[in-house]
Write a protein that binds this ligand. Structure first.
Ligand SMILES: [Zn+2]
Length: 70
């Protein structure tokens, strides 16, 4: 098996729908977003990072309590 670098998945541009999004910044406005730039129309957009998030501590949902409000 030949060693190959993990090819980045092309990000589809939300403007021209062309999968020519290049990673510009690893972090966008939010932590799980990365900033991309479309090489076709030159528009900047954000997309989800490729990194997968492990199952972290999930906050418990609101406690459901059946109470009769009178
Ligand atoms: Zn585009």
């Amino acid at each position: 098996m030949g060693g190959g670098r993990g090819a980045a998945v092309p990000i589809p541009c939300p403007f021209c729908r062309a999968a020519t999004g290049e990673l510009v910044s690893l972090f966008g406005s939010q932590l799980l977003l990365s900033q991309y730039r479309c090489t076709r129309c030159g528009s900047y957009f954000e997309g989800l990072r490729e990194d997968r998030w492990d199952a972290g501590p999930v906050e418990p949902a609101h406690e459901g309590g059946d109470e009769y409000g009178g």
